[in-house]
Design a protein. Structure first.
Length: 184
C-alpha cells in the first residue's frame, strides 16, 4: 500500500510540470476562513487531464499486477454527465438528480459493456491529489484496481468558485465485469 502511495506521489511530481496552474482563490475559503488553493482548469484540454489520470491509474494497476485500462469515450460521457449533475445537486453521491444510477448513465451514454465501478469526489485538489485520496480508501481503491475493469472514463466539472466534481468510471467491454462498485 505504501508503495502505491509513493508511486502515485512520484507520478504526481513527474507530471506536475505539465499541470495547469494552482492559484490561491479569494472567492473560495476553507473551514478555517483562509483562502483555498484552487486548481484552475480553465483553458485546459480534457485530453490533457484525462491522459495524465490514465497514466497514473495504469502505473498503480501495473504495480498491483492487474491489466491496464484504456480510455473509453462513452464512459467519459457518462462521467462528464455525472460530474455536472453532482454540481447541480451540490452533493457527491452516485445517483443523478433524475434518480439515475451509474448503470443507467453508462447505458444512456451508449456503453455496451458492463459497468465495473465508479469513484467520485468533490474537492479543490488536482486529479492526481484526488487519485491519491481515492487510493487511501479501500472502496475507491477497489474501483481503481479491479482486475475486471478494462476501460475507463474520467471527467470533471469545475464551478466558478473553483470547486471540482471528479468522476471516474470503469467498465468491461462485452459484459465481462463482475460486481458493480460505487465509491466516494
Amino acid at each position: 500500500m505504501t508503495r502505491s502511495i509513493l508511486l502515485a506521489s512520484a507520478a504526481a511530481l513527474t507530471l506536475a510540470a505539465c499541470a495547469p496552474t494552482i492559484t490561491t482563490s479569494t472567492t473560495a475559503t476553507g473551514p478555517d476562513g483562509q483562502p483555498l488553493k484552487v486548481y484552475n482548469l480553465a483553458g485546459v484540454s480534457d485530453s490533457q487531464v484525462s491522459f495524465r489520470m490514465l497514466d497514473a491509474v495504469n502505473s498503480l494497476r501495473r504495480d498491483a499486477g492487474v491489466g491496464e485500462l484504456e480510455l473509453n469515450s462513452q464512459l467519459r460521457a457518462a462521467a462528464a454527465t455525472h460530474s455536472r449533475d453532482m454540481a447541480v445537486q451540490n452533493r457527491p453521491w452516485h445517483f443523478g438528480s433524475d434518480g439515475s444510477s451509474p448503470v443507467d448513465r453508462v447505458r444512456s451514454a451508449g456503453y455496451n459493456g458492463e459497468l465495473v465501478g465508479e469513484a467520485i469526489s468533490e474537492t479543490y485538489e488536482t486529479e492526481l491529489q484526488t487519485l491519491a485520496a481515492w487510493m487511501d480508501e479501500a472502496n475507491t481503491r477497489d474501483v481503481i484496481l479491479d482486475p475486471e475493469a478494462r476501460e475507463m472514463g474520467f471527467a470533471w466539472h469545475q464551478e466558478s468558485n473553483g470547486k471540482i466534481w471528479w468522476t471516474l468510471v470503469t467498465g468491461a467491454p462485452g459484459g465481462g465485469g463482475g460486481t458493480v462498485t460505487a465509491a466516494l
